[in-house]
Write a protein of this length. Sequence first.
Length: 271
Amino acid sequence: MNILALVSGHSVATTSNSAIFIATFLACLVEMVEALTIVVAVGSTTNFKISLTAAAVAAVTLGVIVLAVGEPIIHFVPLRIIQLIIGLFLLYFGFKWLKKAILRAAGVKAKHDEAKIYEENVNKLSSIDQDTEKSQKLKFLKFLNTPIKREGFYMAFNGVFVEGLEVVIIVISLSSANKSLGVSSLGAFAALVVVAIAGLIFTKALTGVPENSLKMAVGIMLFSFGTFYLGESIKFNWPGADLFLLALVGGYAIITLISIISVKKIKSRQH
């Protein structure tokens, strides 16, 4: 009986960790593709040493934030409080991502165009002839010896940092409520490797990535985790423990599909 319980517990934990890994990987993949678009645009307009250096500095900064904030939260904050706060965070992000994905899938909102963003960033950099107030602060870096290089460095750093900050919140949120910073960090790292390799191969914006589908999947998973953790924070016993996450994902996927169909019908009636 004890052996069966041990095996069952291991299976449930593995399912939960797998779900956390997938959710983190997909969330990071979406945000990193957007960041890569900016990095490649800067690199092709100035040079890739500048854009990759800026991206690396931003990535290290984000990594420090994860270690500085994630570890203390996991070890010193009571689990119930973590689950309540993180559950609310994940519901917020899940709702935000799902709302955009549903509106785009229904044709109400224009889909994210990485190629257009790439061109806009190239054009913006190409027209630079003087420093902005923020890029002037980078003059102490000798390899940034022209306004366009300094502006490019700032643009690449800012793009990676801003896009990555949401990822950091998701990574810390998913790991804190389940005491698994390693699993979510591994998912983020795997996404970074995939996007980096893709960037080296294509050296251009990844316009073929089905971003809206990924955002929809991530939104469903974040909403499912948020619901699950909120339930745990009030000591609700989910049927099947962590395995019930699969039921939540399936349920929210059906609700999302119904929402897309409903929005499409409302749109067609208005026209």
